[in-house]
Design a protein around this ligand. Structure first.
Ligand code: NIG
Ligand code: FE
Length: 414
């Protein structure tokens, strides 16, 4: 018996996400649902999916058999393609002040905002930051999230950004989920930097980018394009430099005002994230491009602003992913199914659109082609729920949790 080979099942329903396009609206009838299904795993990847009995007969005792009793649903492991979980401190006071009517500026002046998290994160050692990142990654993993993007952006100095990205790299070594790091040194102009935005960005590109590549800390560069952070004009040379060096680029775009999405399309970014302020122009632009639009409903809930126009984006033909944006300021919730289900209610999304947005479309946002669908050759990352109907996952808005999470063909969490 080859111990690397396993057959698991039967599943009452197995959602493969096969055949669904990367762009545009989806209907639930388009979902491929295999009844009484099994998954044949070889070397951590999906070898075959199909009828459990049929696979059992074909494979005989050449594989390890994991036979389930009860009614279960299986579907691909989730991908959270936008988080800021490498941070110190918390911003509970921002939340209270915002709800009492304080403005962004008043909160910042009272010692809150992104800068307060920068101060708390700088106080952490690399080891402490690694532990905090790992705790949050494990929390997401238990929700069924097998791949997690993690941004820096609370260091905002060459040494502090490096500390954060090294902490993420270390956390990835012991994390159940795969962590995909992103450099967000352009989160805001740090208050203690003596110089212009252009000087800060040039310094980061010159001194940080080469080390990121030398130490293989990340191949992704992000920036917050907004009035309170960096303008399109300021950020273009920074992004161009990143592109020339071979980094994938992604943009915090159109959160409060438009321009970031235009930049994302012009520069060929892998994703444009937020888009709460996007209008018909930006929606059409994104729909005509290969840029994945990423909605972050927990940030809309956290700050009480509009939701990303997900319905319009999908109907125009865009690719839509949904992520938690887990961060201490605008999105402390850190729950993927909860926030995706709420966006579905507000924006009238089908189950197929929600599940695509947290599986293969989120993989596309991270430029990963080896995960997000349960088909031959993809990573054997999947979630098992004790239910007879996949619709219960979103219907229960996160209350239904996976009973098992499989990563690289191994049962990691039960
Ligand atoms: O994605 N928009 C900018 N950055 C984060 C918020 C970070 C923070 O408030 O600490 C976001 O929402
Ligand atoms: Fe963000």
């Amino acid at each position: 018996m080859n111990v690397q080979e396993k057959l698991i099942g039967p599943f009452k329903q197995l959602l493969t996400m096969q055949h669904l396009p990367v762009k545009g609206a989806l209907q639930d009838k388009d979902l491929e649902i295999i009844a009484d299904a099994g998954i044949h795993i070889k070397d951590g990847k999906v070898q075959t999916v199909g009828n459990f009995k049929g696979l059992q007969e074909a494979l005989g005792d050449s594989v390890e058999l994991i036979e389930l009793t009860g009614e279960y649903v299986a579907l691909p492991g989730y991908i959270d393609c936008h988080t800021h979980i490498a941070f110190g401190g918390n911003r509970a006071n921002d939340f209270a002040m915002r709800n009492a009517g304080s403005s962004y500026l008043e909160i910042a002046e009272a010692g809150g905002g992104i800068w307060s998290t920068v101060k708390h994160t700088r106080e952490c050692t690399e080891e402490e930051l690694k532990k905090l990142t790992l705790q949050r990654a494990d929390d997401l993993f238990k929700q069924g999230v097998t791949t997690i993007e993690v941004k820096s952006g609370y260091g905002l100095r060459v040494d502090e950004e490096l500390k954060t990205l090294r902490a993420i790299k270390q956390a990835n070594l012991s994390s159940f989920a795969d962590l995909v790091p992103t450099c967000l040194a352009a989160h805001m102009l740090p208050k203690d930097f003596e110089g212009t935005a252009a000087e800060y960005l040039t310094l980061m590109a010159n001194e940080l980018f080469p080390v990121l590549q030398g130490e293989e800390l990340t191949n992704r560069v992000d920036a917050f394009v907004e009035k309170s952070a960096f303008s399109a004009e300021e950020i273009v040379p920074y992004y161009q430099r990143a592109k020339e060096m071979g980094f994938d680029i992604t943009v915090h775009a159109d959160q409060f005002s438009t321009s970031g999405s235009h930049l994302a399309v012009e520069l060929g970014a892998v994703s444009a994230d937020h888009l709460e302020a996007s209008t018909a122009n930006e929606i059409d632009l994104l729909a005509d491009s290969d840029v994945v639009a990423v909605a972050l409903p927990a940030a809309s809930l956290g700050i009480g602003c509009a939701f990303t126009p997900a319905r319009k984006l999908l109907d125009a033909g865009a690719s839509l992913a949904i992520a938690t944006d887990w961060n201490p300021g605008s999105a402390p919730m850190g729950k993927l199914i909860e926030s995706a289900s709420i966006l579905a209610t507000m924006e009238k999304l089908s189950n197929a659109e929600i599940l695509a947005a947290i599986t293969f479309r989120a993989a596309k946002a991270l430029n990963l082609s080896d995960r997000g669908r349960l088909v031959e050759g993809q990573l054997a990352d999947f979630n098992i729920y004790s239910t007879d109907n996949y619709q219960n996952i979103t219907y229960q808005q996160g209350r239904l949790q996976p009973v098992a999470v499989w990563k690289n063909g191994m049962e990691v969490y039960v």
